[in-house]
Design a protein around this ligand. Sequence first.
Ligand code: SAM
Length: 262
Amino acid sequence: MSGFAFRRRFGRLGHVLRAHDAAKLPPEHLFAPLEEERGPEVGRIEGLRKELLSSTATISDFHFGSGEAVASRVTRVAHECRYSSVPARWCRVLFRLVRKTKPANCIELGTNLGISSAYLAAALKLNGSGRLFTIEGSPSLTECAKRNMTLLGYDNVQIVNSSFETGLPDTLKEAGSVDFAFVDGHHDERATLDYAGMIIEASSEGAILVFDDIRWSSGMARAWERIAADKSVTAVYDCYDIGAVVVREPGATRKEFTRIRA
Ligand SMILES: C[S@@+](CC[C@H](N)C(=O)[O-])C[C@H]1O[C@@H](n2cnc3c(N)ncnc32)[C@H](O)[C@@H]1O
């Protein structure tokens, strides 16, 4: 996309990000790949992804799609895995952010079959501490994800079967504070802003919040722009498909914007 098209589509934020690009090197400390990403822990998760992709099993219950719960449907596990799970290259970004920032409390909205949850759990396991609360509205997907966590041997994950609307406030209460969050579901402008607001309020100093599909729709692009502009956000990393923000980073005197090819 040309600079003009980028600015026209994403407005002032696009302009600021472009201007900043020229001036600043990418933050290597957060986004540089780790040797471990080629290690056995990640290998086992990708092995599971491969199995799920060739599974002939079906699941049947109501589903949330991109937000609201809709009538019952039957879907194939392989289809869910192919079209809903975060691809390996973005899962590796989540993994490295957790390895590098060592969060105590992590929150995920949108468990699905548990692929991104597994990457987060693997990073926490390698950190030697920390726990993940992940919320999924579909009861059948929740069961599948629980089985997958057991298969992979991650006991640092609590999977909450609930709508985000009701599950998030309770989960935030239980977690106490948030050091890392991944928002990957209900891609609606208003809903995303509501979830982001609740998570930002519960965030510790320096917490990292990652949002998937920030350019999935014009509403999501607007939500991302508002989140990036929030006064509590002190650094913004725009990776085009996903975006990450740092909340109330100690010592930050001005907002940093960076575009990254992750
Ligand atoms: C894109 S998938 C998540 C993929 C997962 N992070 C991964 O990489 O494996 C989004 C999930 O969020 C769930 N979801 C969407 N809107 C929801 C809502 N309002 N409440 C609860 N779950 C919801 C869907 O059922 C779906 O499984």
